[in-house]
Design a protein around this ligand. Structure first.
Ligand SMILES: [Zn+2]
Ligand SMILES: [Zn+2]
Length: 373
């Protein structure tokens, strides 16, 4: 009896320490939890960027310094203040002749931080043109002119990177379907824009993604924030602004522009990643740290997910799992143990998954391969 009691006591002790050990593997929630976190991938740093935002210098309701502070809280690497060139509803209250001012103010307030501030402006026209952002501009004032084609040509002269904003915006496209007009085809034929938002604020467009793929455009996802960022996304519930992920050779304005020109971008919104498998597969693989916790015919593998995404995986491995069905979730910043029925005892084996919450096109997902040593 006495002996029995102590074994159960021991069992409880073991179970408790096992639980504590598992628990300790979770990233401790720290004051930094609102910072958006994704790893770098081989050859590139992963820059988290919001490249569409407004201030009081057009129709936004905050000063540029607030945009910088919000970006730092969200752990962003780069932002662009893209106030409307040609929509100035506050001009009577805040007269300002200089369209570069938003950039200058943000740059000034980002001094001493490692936030990149990209000069930008929003070209704001009705259809058949719609809205476009010009980034990396040299002088936004020169884009403030009447003839829309001349605006785009001037942006090109300045070496800017121009992208189509919210092409699925129901105010301009009532059916919500992004579609190239003859004007867009003309702009494309002259090489006057190179990117497209597939996500804006809280709206997504599969058609925009298809346009990007057909015309080799960089994809972007941005907040287009006008009020305080926390009014748009409930941080306490784990929500976050959409971001454009830019895979650059280093964290600098020049490397970022080159990456965007070479279409090395992806988009992160809600719990979804969108982009080319060339970047998404390594991004997911680099997020995951594996450790083997046993040998034998059903080895346990602990997978620690260091990213902000809850990865929804479909098992494509040649082995079935002992504690999970074919589809399961690796929660963000947590360790998940899977038991793999290798049946024989193997020194090393490969796991193969499809990532269901990531999209390489409207209907397809990237795959990842993980080697367990
Ligand atoms: Zn717009
Ligand atoms: Zn806008």
């Amino acid at each position: 009896m006495r002996f029995k009691l102590s074994t159960s006591f021991l069992a409880i002790l073991c179970a408790t320490s096992f639980f504590l050990a598992l628990h300790a593997q979770n990233d401790a929630p720290d004051e930094d939890t609102r910072a958006i976190e994704f790893p770098d991938i081989p050859g590139y740093v992963t820059l988290k960027c919001d490249l569409h935002m407004h201030t009081v210098l057009s129709d936004g309701s905050v000063w540029a310094s607030i945009r910088v502070r919000e970006a730092l809280m969200d752990g962003l690497d780069a932002i662009s203040i893209t106030d409307h060139l040609d929509y100035q509803p506050k001009m009577k209250d805040i007269p300002h002749p200089d369209r570069n001012r938003g950039y200058e103010l943000a740059l000034e307030s980002a001094k001493g931080t490692d936030l990149l501030v990209i000069p930008g402006a929003e070209i704001t026209r009705s259809m058949p043109t719609g809205h476009f952002n010009a980034l990396f501009v040299k002088d936004a004032n020169k884009l403030n002119q009447k003839d829309v084609l001349e605006v785009f040509r001037e942006a090109k002269n300045q070496g800017a990177l121009v992208f189509w904003n919210h092409p699925h915006w129901t105010a301009q496209k009532p059916n919500g379907v992004a579609e190239l007009t003859d004007m867009h085809k003309k702009l494309l034929s002259e090489g006057l824009f190179a990117g497209i938002e597939i996500y804006n604020d809280v709206t997504y467009s599969d058609e925009a993604l298809e346009i990007a793929q057909e015309h080799h455009l960089a994809i972007l996802g941005n907040s287009d924030v006008h009020g305080p960022i926390d009014w748009g996304y409930d941080i306490s519930k784990g929500e976050h602004r959409p971001v454009t992920l830019v895979f650059a050779t280093e964290k600098s304005v020049a490397a970022m522009q080159k990456a965007m020109e070479e279409r090395r971008t992806a988009v992160w919104f809600e719990n979804t990643l969108v982009g080319d498998a060339l970047y998404l597969s390594p991004l997911v693989e680099q997020s995951l740290e594996l450790s083997r916790a046993g040998k034998g015919p059903v080895p346990s593998v602990v997978i620690h997910n260091h990213s902000d995404a809850d990865y929804i995986l479909e098992n494509l491995s040649e082995y079935r799992l002992h504690n999970q069905a074919k589809v399961f979730v690796l929660k963000a910043h947590q360790a998940t143990t899977i038991e793999v029925k290798t049946v024989e005892t193997l020194d090393s084996f490969e796991l193969h998954f499809r990532v269901l919450n990531a999209f390489t096109s409207p209907d397809s997902h990237p795959e990842i391969k993980l080697v367990v040593e």
